[in-house]
Ligand binder design. Structure first.
Ligand code: DGT
Ligand code: CA
Ligand code: CA
Ligand code: ZN
Length: 581
């Protein structure tokens, strides 16, 4: 972790602990400082060496917080944080990963019941002690009990959004070594799975020693788990990273093998066997004349292995994009010449789901519009929350405020010359499928996104179909409401939902926020096959969030999406036609 990130994590913990003690306002400023530190491009230790004034130049960092930054850079600890931790010795991150448990709840549960970790929480829920606390109840206790298992099972997988940047940092670091040739992220990260068990990295080199030494000395590696002659594993922030060094001639075979998935590899191997070939992590070998093909790893004549594509070519297939390698009939499609013409990041022309400080976003409308233009979008739609249950911090807009917002959007539109600006809203879908916004307001907007924010358990098919059929609704946002590691979201009969969506010209969202990735790849594939259109949105709450688009694009690719399936790969004109239809 960089120092900026270390400090950000500590300030977030600070904020949570203060909140648990029911202290007001302060937590907010620590969270803001954490956010700004995270996005600050320069290493904080550089500013710290210039003194406190240089540190307070960063937005949102005043004297008090700057002093703590200096203290941390100098001593590696923050006294006040250590004191807070001693006062409230709880496993904050684990406890707050349970849905419905925030820092305030953690504070109450610690003070009243001595709950320090997930085991304590489980015991408290099972004994019925939680329901008797004021402000809690039987339902809350049940929800907490139900959330614990989910939080536990999610703990050993990490969101892609955390691991992908870590892997990219590692590649950049390794690129500094002269012993390194080709290198690539492999495993589930290369397939863009939403959550990652461990990170697999491959390098081609004839001289593994210095590469592995450098890997073990990488400053983001916390501990070395294993170190061999061609492979080493480290742990960083709880995640395991496996680095393998292979010879350049075998790099492609190794990359193909370690990209997986396991099921995809099994299917590919079977296709090879039918051709008297043997595929393994060392290459593709012609074993037609070999008496015992299993007698060694490199038996027979090598016919491929230098590149990933050569492995597929050896079994008469075009290269199969990693996102498709999940054994969902991709080998049959490749053999028939029917692989999809997959969407690429550049195909996306605008973002249709964004928030400003009119609701819970951090920036003004003008700032969000300017940033969308700088990102390269042709159009952007502002979709602040309408008020409703589950809307973050009660930040939603009333009908009157939505009407007033039209004028602010008009003003931003006049300022912005290089980008089309649309005015939308994100309305909450209630338990019956209704929306909490007046019909006249919905009618007047360019786009209505209807999203579920509460009541996110059980089956949501009817509820979503009801919202889809509403004539003003253009997109269903994060359709299941899942949050990785927190809650699994609504169960959907995706074919039924997609059928309704196709019938009513309502698009289904792939929310690109790495905590959501909702719809997921498998659901996208089913939705597209049923004839539905999808929209890929970042749900940006600040300018930096536009960069999250790639997670949505690759999730859509996991669902075999082509540009024509994607609403915001269309021109603004065609988009408006779809929304009016
Ligand atoms: P993860 O780490 O759980 O997110 O998922 P993966 O897919 O990265 O799985 P991992 O790290 O266990 O292994 C990486 C790839 O290596 C995997 O996708 C396929 C390949 N692989 C590993 N072990 C085996 C094996 O025993 N048999 C086969 N066929 N492939 C394997
Ligand atoms: Ca892995
Ligand atoms: Ca692995
Ligand atoms: Zn949103």
């Amino acid at each position: 972790m960089s120092r900026n990130e270390e400090l950000a994590a500590r300030f977030e913990e600070f904020a949570a602990l203060l909140e648990a003690k029911d202290i007001e306002y302060k937590p907010r400023s620590y969270r803001r400082a954490a956010e700004n530190l995270r996005s600050h491009p320069e290493p904080i230790e550089n500013l710290a060496s210039e003194g406190i004034e240089a540190v307070t130049e960063i937005e949102g960092i005043g004297d008090a917080i700057a002093a703590k930054i200096l203290e941390y850079v100098e001593t590696g600890a923050i006294d006040e944080l250590s004191e807070l931790r001693a006062e409230l010795p709880v496993e904050m991150a684990a406890l707050t990963s349970v849905e419905g448990v925030g820092p305030k709840t953690v504070g109450t549960l610690y003070r009243e019941l001595g709950v320090e970790d997930l085991d304590d929480l489980e015991a408290a829920a099972e004994s019925g002690a939680i329901r008797d606390l004021s402000g809690f109840g039987e339902k809350t206790e049940e929800n907490i009990a139900a959330g614990i298992d989910f939080a536990r099972s999610a703990q050993d997988r990490t969101p892609l959004g955390e691991i992908r940047p870590l892997g990219e940092d590692l590649l950049e670091y390794l690129d500094g070594l002269e012993e390194i040739g080709r290198r690539e992220l492999a495993g589930s990260v290369r397939r863009w799975r939403p959550t990652i068990g461990d990170l697999d990295v491959l390098c081609a080199s004839d001289d593994p020693g210095p590469v592995l030494d450098a890997f073990r000395e990488w400053d983001r590696a916390d501990t070395v788990i294993e170190a061999g002659e061609a492979k080493a594993s480290v742990r960083t922030n709880g995640t395991r990273i496996d680095l393998r060094v292979v010879s350049p001639a075998e790099f492609g075979a190794a990359l193909q093998y370690f990209t997986g998935s396991r099921d995809h590899n099994v299917a590919l191997r079977n296709r090879a066997i039918a051709r008297d070939l043997k595929i393994n992590e060392y290459g593709v070998f012609d074993v037609g004349d070999v008496a015992d093909p299993d007698s060694g790893q490199r038996v027979g004549e090598r016919v491929a292995g230098e590149t990933d594509a050569s492995v597929y070519e050896a079994v008469d297939l075009p290269p199969i994009p990693p996102e498709l390698r999940e054994d969902r009939s991709e080998i049959a499609a490749a053999a028939a010449g029917e692989l999809p013409n997959l969407l690429v990041e550049d195909d996306v022309r605008g973002d249709l789901h964004t928030h400003s400080d009119w609701s819970d976003g951090s920036n003004t409308i003008a700032e969000m519009v300017g940033a969308a233009e700088a990102f390269g979008h042709e159009y952007v739609c502002l979709t602040d929350h309408a008020s409703g249950p589950g809307v973050p911090g009660g930040s939603g807009l009333s009908d009157g405020e939505l009407r007033d917002q039209s004028e602010a959007i008009d003003a931003a539109r006049k300022e912005a010359s290089g980008i089309e600006v649309l005015h939308g809203v994100e309305a909450n879908i209630d338990s019956e499928g209704g929306l909490s916004v007046g019909e006249d307001v919905l009618e007047a907007l360019d786009l209505v996104i209807a999203s579920p924010h509460s009541g996110l358990d059980g089956d949501g098919t009817d509820r979503l179909c009801e919202a889809i059929a509403h004539p003003a609704v253009g997109i269903v946002g994060h359709p299941t409401g899942r949050q990785l590691g927190r809650r699994s979201g609504l169960d959907l009969d995706i074919e039924a939902v997609a059928e309704a969506a196709a019938e009513h010209d309502t698009a289904l969202e792939v929310n690109a926020n790495p905590r959501r990735l909702d719809l997921r790849g498998g659901a996208v594939k089913a939705a597209i096959e049923t004839g539905a259109t999808i929209a890929i949105d970042t749900d940006a709450h600040r300018p930096a969030n536009y960069e999250l688009l790639r997670y949505g694009v690759h999730t859509a690719r996991r669902g075999w999406a082509e540009p024509e399936n994607v609403l915001n790969a269309r021109s603004c004109e065609d988009l408006v036609t779809f929304l009016e239809g």
